[in-house]
Design a protein around this ligand. Structure first.
Ligand code: PRP
Ligand code: URA
Length: 208
């Protein structure tokens, strides 16, 4: 499974701001969208193009457009919503499939409570967005259900990934590419990423 840690200075700077303990909900939201957009830029670098002729100001002109596969963005609720607008800013016509998962705080096992996938999922590239890849359980469960629905090409965009989650995902879904703004040190005894961002869902929604 290829993993790309995007070490662009803008991403590193913005992620540094997101790690501050005293960050406001407003700033966290804005930065999650911005880093989401920057990761989207990286994750779509190899999309195929095709030529077409359009009517330009001085007559016919040959231009390029993205060819082939349509895209669905898949935010994992809740925290994935925090990155969604950033992705849609770059891919405004993408359809959105929603997956709702919640980790049990004791067992860390992810439980699915919403699954609303768009049509023709078998013909779409899926870009899953979730700020955190911790144990990997939520991401693996989302990929399992996308594949079950027929999805063949899947990429995952996360703000912070833990080595433990990367290993689990690699074993479960070696064909899925991950784009992350950072690979952090480890998980703590409660399954939180260290140094991480804290509870991303609470920070996006202002619930703590
Ligand atoms: C968080 C996060 C991921 C998941 C990562 O969601 O947004 O979805 O944990 O952990 P994992 O890799 O160990 O599965 P959470 O379950 O806290 O729900 P929330 O987004 O609704 O807060
Ligand atoms: N979920 C979060 O929101 N943060 C973590 O560090 C791990 C899981």
């Amino acid at each position: 499974m290829p993993i790309h840690e995007i070490r662009h200075p803008l991403i590193r700077h913005k992620l540094g701001l997101m790690r501050r303990a005293d960050i406001s909900t407003k700033s966290f939201r804005e930065l999650a969208q911005e880093v989401g957009a920057l990761l989207t830029y990286e994750a779509t670098q190899d999309l195929p193009l095709e030529s077409c002729e359009i009517k330009g100001w001085c007559g016919p002109v040959e231009v390029e457009k993205i060819a082939g596969k349509k895209i669905t963005v898949v935010p994992i609720l809740r925290a994935g919503i925090g990155m969604l607008d950033g992705v849609l800013r770059l891919i405004p016509s993408a359809k959105v499939s929603v997956v709702g998962l919640s980790r049990n705080e004791e067992t860390l096992v992810a439980h699915t409570y919403v699954e609303k996938l768009v049509g023709e999922i078998d013909q779409r590239l899926a870009l899953i967005v979730d700020p955190m890849l911790a144990t990997g359980g939520s991401m693996i469960a989302t990929i399992d259900l996308l594949k079950k629905a027929g999805c063949k090409e899947i990429r995952a965009l996360v703000l912070v990934a833990a080595p433990e989650g990367i290993r689990q995902l690699e074993q479960a879904h070696p064909d899925v590419t991950i784009y992350t703004a950072a690979i952090d040190q480890r998980l703590n005894e409660h399954g939180y990423i260290i140094p991480g961002l804290g509870d991303a869902g609470d920070k996006v929604f202002g619930t703590k």
